[in-house]
Design a protein around this ligand. Structure first.
Ligand SMILES: Cc1cc2nc3c(=O)[nH]c(=O)nc-3n(C[C@H](O)[C@H](O)[C@H](O)COP(=O)(O)OP(=O)(O)OC[C@H]3O[C@@H](n4cnc5c(N)ncnc54)[C@H](O)[C@@H]3O)c2cc1C
Length: 571
């Protein structure tokens, strides 16, 4: 006999798990099903120990996607890691917990989605937050996701604010979470202050769920089942449920909600008959709704690193990552396991969010952007041009790490790394089903560095990172720039060649089921309903129309909170 539920949520990731929890509490009489392709891994130390962040990349808990070869990156294919586990990418991420500038969330409403904006998102993001600590910043204190400022800070990181501020950049400590991220600062991390474990959707939202939520793990949805029916206004489509990869059909009496993330929600729409007719036909799928935006508008942050070998006697986190069987690492792990203060609590702490004025290249970056995109008819390009005129909106992010995060591989020693990331690259790519294997890995083409602005932005950011590294007190901490190397890379031509060789994703794909008017490439409306359907929504980071200048887990939780409140109020 077929199973049936009121609401089916596809994807037990960051947003999906948060949404399922809230719906179960807000709609206690409804039966809710959350389906996750990966396992529950609530006791997995690689997830729970903050300092082991990154260690499930490439494992069976990672979907291990890659892009198609990127012509502007010398034909390299770039890894696209995504969590395949209950909690999704919130189980795999690097625990950076922050928010973008207010005008960026405001832009969602300005682009045509009524009700969305800074107020909506800050209320929702703080609803999901449970901050431990004292500062004057904007926080939530009663939500499920716990966070604090790292209590383990390597001494070398204390050189960050003094060095960067010598270049004229404002210090913004304890004041960057309320829509004003510009400056140099420490930021929080999503660690539970009581146990010093990662706080993520599976261990922080899900325990709050009601008994009316059923969670199926290790269960993959093949497609959404959709029927056509006639309404007074014409044809509309209705989701009746889902088909699992084994062929089982599960019925949804009220709604199906896709929360499979920016890389997989578009493909689920496509195999279900919603997307560009040409893409669907090539894969042998009968188009039901010809929706041009599905899988388009793929935006991601692009980054590169400058690495510096430390002088003898200056400590770093390296041996805890690269010599995890060594005496220091095993001793620190033992401390963590017995609840003592441990270096394995360390995560990213020191950040900088800057505009081009602060880097001293404002006029040239604006004119390059205008010359390249000034006549673009695309609304996202136009919004990014506006951001360049607003000094509140960061164009570059820096992370200052007390360990090696380079491209050529760790070969021993102690390091600091400056990671430079472009916040609003103009490259917009796509993700679609593979016509030869529609249920297999998607075809991902972010079009990284495919325009002169993005190229220039990355190299100006990395050049400024070198200037920072050469300011005291950072300069006294290191003896050699190992990547890219001052002897090898000096001219802009050399910087660009190096960027093409090493640039990578910062794991923030968005936009592939954008919340925009349909005419502008939208896939969902302001209620997150897929255009042409009555009861099929997308609730995850794929709906974000313009990539924000932040790490984006807070947005995923915020989107889930907004969606939950609206679904509950409509029921
Ligand atoms: C390596 C890495 C590091 C990151 N670091 C940070 C950071 O430090 N700070 C930050 O803010 N953000 C970070 N991010 C980004 C952030 O974590 C993600 O943007 C966010 O978690 C995405 O949430 P989501 O709900 O959109 O998707 P996800 O959390 O990825 O959830 C999608 C879920 O759907 C499941 N799924 C997919 N297809 C199916 C199917 N057919 N059937 C059933 N289930 C399915 C997946 O297994 C997954 O669990 C990082 C991301 C990665 C990958």
């Amino acid at each position: 006999q077929d199973e049936s539920y009121d609401y089916i949520i596809v994807g037990g990731g960051t947003a999906g798990t948060a949404l399922a929890t809230r719906l179960s509490r807000g709609l206690p009489k409804s039966k809710i099903l959350l389906i996750e392709a990966g396992p529950a891994a609530l006791d997995d130390l690689r997830i729970n120990v903050p300092g082991l962040r990154g260690s499930i990349l490439g494992s069976s808990l990672d979907w291990n996607f890659t892009t198609v070869p990127q012509p502007s990156l010398g034909g390299r294919s770039i890894d696209v890691n995504r969590g395949r586990v209950l909690g999704g990418s919130s189980a795999m991420n690097y625990l950076c917990y922050d928010r973008a500038s207010a005008p960026e969330y405001e832009s969602w409403g300005e682009l045509g989605s009524r009700g969305w904006g800074w107020k909506t998102m800050i209320d929702a993001m703080t609803k999901s937050e449970n901050f431990t600590g004292h500062d004057n910043d904007k926080h939530g204190f009663t939500g499920p996701i716990r966070n604090y400022y790292n209590r383990v800070i390597y001494p070398v990181l204390q050189s960050w604010q003094p060095a960067v501020s010598k270049l004229g950049v404002n210090v913004n400590d304890g004041n960057s979470m309320g829509g004003h991220p510009i400056g140099v600062m420490f930021q929080p991390t999503n660690i539970d202050a009581t146990k010093h474990t990662r706080s993520y959707s599976a261990n922080s939202y899900l325990p709050l769920a009601g008994g009316n939520l059923v969670v199926k793990t290790n269960t993959r949805v093949a497609k959404v089942n959709i029927i056509k029916y006639r309404d007074k206004g014409g044809s509309l489509f209705r989701a009746t449920g889902v088909t699992l990869t084994g062929g089982q059909i599960i019925t949804a009496k009220k709604e199906v909600i896709l929360s499979a993330g920016s890389v997989q929600s578009p493909g689920l729409l496509e195999v279900s008959g919603i997307g560009q007719a040409a893409v669907l036909k090539a894969a042998g799928i009968t188009p039901l709704i010809d929706l041009a935006g599905v899988g388009e508008n793929y935006q991601d942050h692009i980054r590169m690193s400058n690495t510096y070998q430390l002088r003898p006697g200056i400590d770093s986190f390296d041996n805890l990552i690269f010599d995890s069987a060594g005496a220091n690492a095993t001793g620190e792990m033992q401390k963590w396991l017995s609840g003592e203060r441990s270096l394995y609590e360390y995560t990213t702490a020191a950040y900088g969010f800057m505009n081009w004025q602060q880097l001293g290249v404002d006029a040239q970056m604006k004119s390059l952007a205008r010359n390249t995109f000034g006549s673009s008819a695309n609304v996202i390009d136009a919004k990014k041009l506006q951001f360049l005129d607003n000094p509140r909106v960061p164009s570059v992010e820096y992370i200052f790490e007390a360990n090696y995060v380079g491209a050529s591989g760790y070969t021993g020693g102690k390091f600091i790394t400056l990671i430079s990331t472009v916040m609003h690259p103009f490259s917009r790519g796509s993700v679609h089903i593979d016509p030869k294997d529609p249920f297999g890995k998607p075809v991902i083409d972010p079009k990284f560095l495919s325009n002169p602005y993005d190229q220039r932005a990355l190299i100006e950011a990395a050049k400024f990172a070198r200037r920072i590294a050469n300011m005291e007190p950072i300069k006294s901490a290191w003896e050699t720039e190992t990547e890219p190397g001052e002897a090898d890379v000096q001219s802009d031509k050399q910087w660009l060649a190096y960027a093409k060789k090493v640039a990578a994703s910062f794991y923030h794909p968005v936009g592939t089921c954008s919340m925009l008017p349909r005419k502008d490439g939208g896939v969902v409306d302001a209620d997150l309903h897929v255009y042409g359907t009555t009861n099929l929504r997308v609730v995850d980071n794929s709906i974000i129309p313009v990539i924000p200048s932040a790490h984006i887990q807070t947005a995923a939780y915020g989107i889930a909170e907004v969606a939950a409140a609206s679904i509950i109020s409509e029921a």
